[in-house]
Design a protein around this ligand. Sequence first.
Ligand code: 3PG
Length: 207
Amino acid sequence: MNAYDVMSISPIVPVIALDNERDALPLAEALLEGGIRIMEITLRTPAGLTSIETIAKTMPEMHVGAGTVCNPSDLKSALEHGSGFVFSPGITPGLIASAEANKIPFIPGVGSASEVMLAQNSGLLHVKLFPATVVGGTSALKAFGGPFASMRFCPTGGITLANMNDFLKLDNVLCVGGSWIVPKGAIMQGDFKQITALAREALQSIR
Ligand code: 3PG
């Protein structure tokens, strides 16, 4: 699997922060039930790595990877815990080298022309736009389409049900990332049915 394959699994990539590893499997099941087969579990909570490991070991039908991978050490931990791919909010030469050495699909975040150039010149044609709505949203993506026609984006940060179609209809957008289908409150209350409903609603609303 390469970065293109990862970004082609689902038009919507849930960005998840889990406080308790025990929520990992019910959440994965709820998303699958709602039609979503990919999870970006961020390393911003201590339960992130163990949650990735649990899902990777027990649910082969779910594609699970790490998000908020900020340095080579994060990347190594993600790999050791069974991540099939890694997302980063940014792009650094160290991360690029580490992803290449470890042969793991790596989707870095970019927010400027220079960062797009760093990705492109490193052979990374599949990137996040982050934080999407802050760094210019759909206008930035249309503008990047001129000089960087081969680049494909997963806008993340500020994406919701209300604006996802504005992004998804662009030729250089393969998918969007977002936390809106995995509300923290629903996870805390164990309301996984709500998450299934939000996933279904989002997929059915794609135009
Ligand atoms: C994040 O950093 O949490 C992700 O980019 C998701 O952003 P969102 O909460 O705006 O969807």
